[in-house]
Design a binder for this molecule. Sequence first.
Ligand code: IMP
Ligand code: MG
Length: 195
Amino acid sequence: MTVTEIPREATRLRPLISADQIAERVQVLGREIRADYGDETITLLCVLKGSFMFTADLARRIEGSVNIEFLGVASYGDQMESSGAVKITLDPAAPIEGKHVLLVEDIVDTGLTLAYLMRVLAARHPASLKICALLEKPSGNSPVRPDYLGFQVGKEFVVGYGLDWAQRYRNLPYVAAVELDHEASGSQDVGGSNA
Ligand code: IMP
Ligand code: MG
């Protein structure tokens, strides 16, 4: 089933990670990241749209010199699973060559999106290239792991704090699992519409 075939009313949200939990974790990540990079300028590369909120909060928790750039990617479409076929729809305004780039991603599922992005970005010769992801799903065989991770989640489809379901729910200040009303706890078969 694709996203567009599911009636939007027939869903329920089950809160998973509260706004307070996110804020606490983001603060810890910010400190950890600064400690690892020393005095270097860190270029946070926000992968739109899903990580806009996470990037905004993380940036405020990293002291010292930070640049922010944006990368637009379209994956998934209406499909349920990542094909790894990712299209870059917006390139960073400034070249990343010679910079310490920290890619900020909302969620790692199969890892195919990140693997593709890492290949493309590494070819542009940044001084260093690491990944900070808010969430990670237990896919098991992801080709890339985040260097910094907010939380592990289950296999269910999650929304909020930037993550969407057919463009909806990005504005939630917390992370929740999407449940279809007719499913008590069954498998999720909804897909994201946008990276
Ligand atoms: P991957 O290539 O399978 O790792 O897919 C990663 C991308 O799919 C993420 O950047 C998200 O945009 C999207 N995605 C995967 N799982 C979810 C989810 O549970 N909720 C919202 N978006 C998701
Ligand atoms: Mg994404």
